[in-house]
Design a protein around this ligand. Structure first.
Ligand code: PLP
Length: 395
């Protein structure tokens, strides 16, 4: 097939055609088990009937109307987010990068408005990932994503993740925001330590800086709670969301408090598509399904099963040395003998009809549907074991 797209993506050698639950069929009719969840997006699996219903119902009403107006689906989704989080107000956009862009702009403007022009510094973590806009690649802690695009936005300091002393040294009167992923996703499914997030909260309070949690990947149920910050008992001032919020329909959001929200006065920030009624209608229905004890308990139960099975595979084959993460957002770290070869497991799994992810070169990542059932889990693990054994035999 001729590829008409720019070559920034390396597409896998199969073309998905349709999907249902945790199964995907390609154009050759081959069935695959999907434990990748479209990179932590398809939180209710593929083609969930309730989401199809919400989308098609809204499609009969209004698709787009612009932000000259508000709509019931947008107000309903904002209310759901507010009623179930630390926040009071919501801004809608279309992706995780845009959500973080909004969070960072809000923090910069809040610092300037309330403390003066010196309060512009953003503190972020080494190896973090916050999106692909120029601001978010610069704030992200992986220079490989930003270095080709210089000159970059200034006033950003990177500190090692989970290092309280480094954070203490970096945060000061000049800091307007500290941005943290409660679980570093793209760089290897690394959970923050409780003391680290507590220290970040304390330092932000001491210096009048805003604490931003990037919950684009952890958000909406993946960790077994709606938001990962709930595991830590540490509340941010701003939280960014995307991915699972729309379960595959593009939407992003930031949630913030009544103290900070007025900084985004009329005309200060915007988005043509943000709050799109189709996206919000789907997200409302998805939220109601995810935000139930049944779904969240299921995430914990299935997460434990997946973790146990992966640990068993570590012991049996020696391919992985550790399984980490929370709920159904898990990473299997390659054993030292196979360091940085996670991509080969991705390919081997695909050959065996299994879709997984990598998180950096050394971690195989799993972010399946939160509704993953026992049969798909078992079949996925069977295929992974076969793939690993075949790969090891050739390695
Ligand atoms: C933690 C985190 N923040 C931001 C983003 C960027 O989201 P998007 O690709 O929707 O812009 C991602 C995407 O992987 C992410 O994992």
């Amino acid at each position: 097939m001729t590829n008409y797209l720019t070559p920034n993506f390396s597409f896998a050698p199969m073309i998905p055609e349709r999907a249902s639950g945790s199964r995907v069929w390609d154009t050759e009719g081959r069935e695959l088990i999907d434990l990748s969840g479209g990179i932590a997006v398809n939180a209710l699996g593929h083609s969930h009937p309730a989401l199809i219903e919400a989308l098609t119902e809204q499609a009969q009403k209004v698709w787009h109307i612009s932000n000259l107006y508000t709509t019931q689906p947008a107000q309903d989704l904002a209310r759901r987010l507010v009623e179930n989080s630390f926040g009071d107000k919501v801004f809608f956009c279309n992706s995780g990068a845009e959500a973080n862009e909004a969070a960072l702009k809000l923090a910069r403007k809040y610092g300037r408005d309330h403390f003066g022009a010196h309060k512009t510094e953003i503190v972020s973590c080494v190896n973090s990932f916050h999106g692909r806009t120029l601001f978010t690649v610069s704030v992200g802690g992986q220079p490989k994503y930003s270095q080709d695009y210089a000159p970059l936005p200034q006033g950003i300091t990177h500190v090692p993740f989970n290092d309280i002393a480094a954070l203490e040294a970096a945060v000061g009167e000049q800091t307007c925001a500290v941005i943290i992923e409660p679980v570093q996703g793209e760089s290897g499914i690394l959970p923050a330590e409780r003391e680290y997030l507590e220290a970040a909260r304390r330092l932000c309070d001491r210096h009048g800086a805003l604490l931003v949690f990037d919950e684009v990947q952890t958000g909406i149920g993946h960790t077994g709670k709606l938001f990962a910050y709930e595991h830590y008992g540490v509340k941010p001032d701003i939280m960014s969301l995307a991915k699972a919020l729309g379960c595959g329909f593009p939407i992003g959001a930031i949630v913030t408090t009544d103290k900070i929200a007025p900084t985004f006065g009329p005309g200060t920030h915007g988005s043509t598509f943000g709050g799109n009624p189709l996206a919000c209608a789907v997200a409302n229905r998805a939220f109601d399904i995810i935000n139930t004890p049944e779904t969240l308990n299921h995430v914990e139960t299935q997460g434990r099963k997946l973790q146990t099975t992966l640990t068993g595979l570590c012991n049996k084959t020696g391919v992985f040395k550790q399984v980490r993460g929370m709920g159904l957002l898990l990473g299997a770290v390659m054993a030292d003998a196979y360091e940085n070869r996670a991509g080969e497991i991705f390919n081997a799994a695909l050959k065996h009809g299994l879709m997984v992810l990598v998180a950096g070169p050394n971690v195989v990542r799993f972010a399946p549907s939160l509704l993953l059932n026992d049969e798909d889990l078992a079949e996925g693990m069977k295929r992974l074991e076969a793939a690993v054994n075949e790969w090891l035999a050739a390695a």
